[in-house]
Design a protein. Structure first.
Length: 364
């Protein structure tokens, strides 16, 4: 017996009751050109979910509507977040910008805030031009609780948000003995206080208005292990992890889901300038990652979009590590900095100070 065509495997590998409920004819027609590829690979039946996954990787935009019709999907794939209003703090650069762009690609209206207006404007124009969605910007220091609450009220005056991503953060490496209290507050006031201010301002309005919502907190794997040389961040992020779990339990009855993402090494200029001044040795850093590489932005984007969508409403109170398994090996912290001399630390401080001064100049 010769190889079984892919389109036949769909029927062989699918429960007949399910197959009877789904009109697969349009999908079979769409996949006819690639049938020969899979025919040559295997005779084994393909279960329906795997078949769909393969199909999604091959079809083009023109075929999308037929695929959605064939599988009775509730919304078109490209409209997964259509008309959802999502706020991303620190959305002008780095991970925030990447998530905002991906949400926009799937149809969301975007709100981004940060401390550098020129950066926010550039990002907004880029996203609007590429994805033809609404992008709203606001210069905001999330350490100022009244400013945060006023900003959120202004948004809700036009309509409630659907989602919030607490991404804004600050961090730098330093021996804890050399930290000033002002240096500690510089991190804790953004990561700990600012994240709570934003979460509280949005969440209480959802509750008052009877609106469901989704919150994503961007954390780190240090919430599970701690980390030397970034103690203010490790303490603050751990507190937000506790908030994620606590509010998931308290606010679940209001239809509010809250989850966290703990990224491993995803190089961005802002963070890398302060955590690996001068560039560092990326190869030695990734040597502790079982997958042997840094993260790709599309991987973070996909997870954030999944958590923000309506397809996983039963998932709440969880922090998902996205680090290639690094923290499981004892990596992901800054323990390797034990090897630095006092002169090395002095050089590090100068590089970090230079990066900070550049950011301040951009805000002026």
């Amino acid at each position: 017996m010769g190889p079984v065509p892919l389109t036949s495997k769909l029927c062989v590998g699918t429960d007949m009751a399910v197959a009877g409920l789904i009109n697969i004819a349009p999908l079979i027609e769409l996949l006819a050109p690639i049938d020969i590829i899979f025919t040559a690979v295997s005779n084994a039946p393909l279960p329906l979910p795997l078949f769909v996954a393969i199909a999604l990787s091959f079809i083009n935009d023109k075929a999308e509507s037929e695929l959605n019709l064939a599988f009775a999907l509730p919304v078109p794939i490209s409209s997964l977040l259509k008309n959802k209003r999502i706020l991303i703090t620190g959305g002008g650069t780095g991970l925030g910008k990447e998530m905002a762009s991906h949400f926009a690609e799937y149809g969301a209206d975007i709100y981004i805030c940060g401390r550098r207006d020129n950066v926010l404007q550039d990002t907004a124009e880029e996203i609007k031009e590429k994805f033809k969605v609404n992008v709203h910007t606001q210069t905001l220091d999330i350490r100022a609780s009244k400013d945060v609450d006023d900003y959120v009220q202004n948004i809700f005056d036009e309509g409630p948000l659907d989602g919030l991503v607490n991404n804004a953060a600050g961090n730098f490496i330093s021996p804890t003995k050399d930290l000033s209290h002002k240096g500690f507050d510089a991190i804790a006031n953004i990561v700990f206080h600012g994240t709570f201010y934003m979460t509280h301002s949005v969440g209480k309005r959802w509750i008052e208005q009877g609106v469901k919502g989704s919150i994503i907190n961007i954390l780190t794997t240090w919430i599970w292990t701690g980390s030397p040389y970034v103690v203010p961040s490790a303490m603050s992020k751990s507190g937000i992890h506790a908030m994620t779990q606590s509010l998931a339990a308290e606010w679940g009855k209001y239809g509010i889901k809250i989850n966290g993402i703990a990224p491993g090494p995803f190089p961005t200029k802002g963070a890398w300038d302060r955590l690996m001044p001068g560039g560092g040795d990326q190869k030695s850093y990734t040597s502790t990652v079982p997958l042997g590489r840094v993260g790709e932005m599309s991987e973070l984007q996909n997870l954030a979009t999944f958590l923000m969508s309506d397809g996983c409403d039963y998932l709440t109170g969880q922090t998902i590590g996205l680090d290639g398994g690094q923290y499981l090996t004892g990596g992901g912290t800054f323990s390797q900095l034990d090897a630095l001399s006092d002169d090395d630390w002095n050089n590090m401080r100068e590089l970090i100070r230079s990066a900070n001064n550049k950011d301040k100049a951009d805000r002026s």
